[in-house]
Design a binder for this molecule. Structure first.
Ligand SMILES: N[C@@H](CCC(=O)N[C@@H](CS)C(=O)NCC(=O)O)C(=O)O
Length: 168
């Protein structure tokens, strides 16, 4: 249905890459709005009216805008349950799924960015992610024990989220 198509606000070589992979995995009907972030397209009024943060990825769908890569991925996974990439509400993997999707944006990325920028660490009880070494250890342990996929036996949205992080 034409009016049900997703508009995907995208820029190459950015965090939007994983969402593009996910849209393809889901077989979702979408149109690309390609932004050139180096030319500053994300800061132009027409895009700021979509996402006032001036960031990608974002999607527009059924009159709603979704921003933040984890929220976009969760939304899309729920929108296409028939693709089988989202543990449903009564699936025993649901809790781990939500945990790892939110951990990505709220702990993993901030820890990585702070570390890469050589920012002085905050006191452990103030930092939203404890400390960098703990984040790395927790993620490494998950990578060590999860097999063959992030949540176990079945490929899911979490694999797209975590699997594309180093590949954009
Ligand atoms: N917290 C946001 C971060 C999004 C973000 O930082 N996107 C970058 C691309 S990787 C961006 O839009 N940069 C353009 C700019 O900051 O001007 C998310 O998880 O989606």
């Amino acid at each position: 249905m034409t009016d049900d198509r997703i508009t995907f606000h995208y820029a190459p070589q950015t965090r939007a890459f994983g969402i593009r992979v996910l849209l393809e995995e889901l077989g979702a009907p979408y149109d690309l709005n390609v932004l050139d972030v180096r030319a500053g397209d994300q800061l132009r009024p027409d895009y700021l009216s979509v996402n006032p943060m001036g960031k990608v990825p974002a999607i527009s769908h059924r009159g709603t805008v979704v921003t933040e890569q984890a929220a976009v991925a969760l939304y899309l996974g729920d929108l296409f349950p028939e693709a089988g990439l989202t543990p449903g509400i009564s699936d025993p993997r649901r809790g781990a799924y939500l945990r790892w999707m939110v951990f990505y944006g709220s702990s993993f990325e901030p820890a990585l960015v702070d570390h890469a920028m050589k920012r002085p660490p905050l006191p452990r009880n103030t930092a939203p992610y404890a400390d960098y070494a703990t984040v790395v250890a927790v993620v490494n342990e998950q990578v060590r024990q999860c097999a063959p996929f992030w949540l176990g036996e079945r490929f899911s949205v979490a694999d797209v989220m975590w699997g594309t992080t180093r590949r954009r």
